[in-house]
Design a protein around this ligand. Sequence first.
Ligand code: 5GP
Length: 176
Amino acid sequence: MKHNVSTLISEEKLINRIKELAAQISSDYAGKDLHMICILKGGAYFMTELSKYITVPVTIDFMAVSSYGSKTVSSGIVKIIKDHDEPIEGRDVLVVEDIVDTGFTLSYLLEMLKDRKPASLRLCAMLNKPDRRIREVKIDYCGFDIPDEFVVGYGLDYDQHYRNLPYIGVIRPDEV
Ligand code: 5GP
């Protein structure tokens, strides 16, 4: 697979922002243990990098979800492919996601997790496309707001490719 990928956010900019987010999170969770839940597969690179710079005690878990519907039109129906392994009741949970687009996935997921009675529940998203929002989602920690373009890299894929790019790139619309 070979597309023309143009850089939207460089590796350096991304890492610097991740360090800033980690410093903010470390300060906000001072004196607490932080339980991070990564949403696979897209959030994997982001959570790995982010967690390295967090200075409070951290535990990690993973979930995988899929939205029914085509690639570009979210149906709002979310299917849990893999649930988290460890119970979250009474814990300070931070959900780590690659990108919030329509908001369907996260609004569903956060409601579901809230019912499991964590002590606190927050969301950290690497990217946010505010222009595309349909469901309101509170993003407590956001890496970058980006325009309505299809992005790949740093965990984000096009047909399972490009996740390993160390930067965020855009694939031209006529190529998608
Ligand atoms: P939402 O439910 O917020 O519409 O969708 C979130 C999911 O859609 C993300 O976790 C991601 O998997 C996918 N997604 C949304 N926008 C993009 C994009 O620009 N590039 C890629 N690779 N995936 C996206």
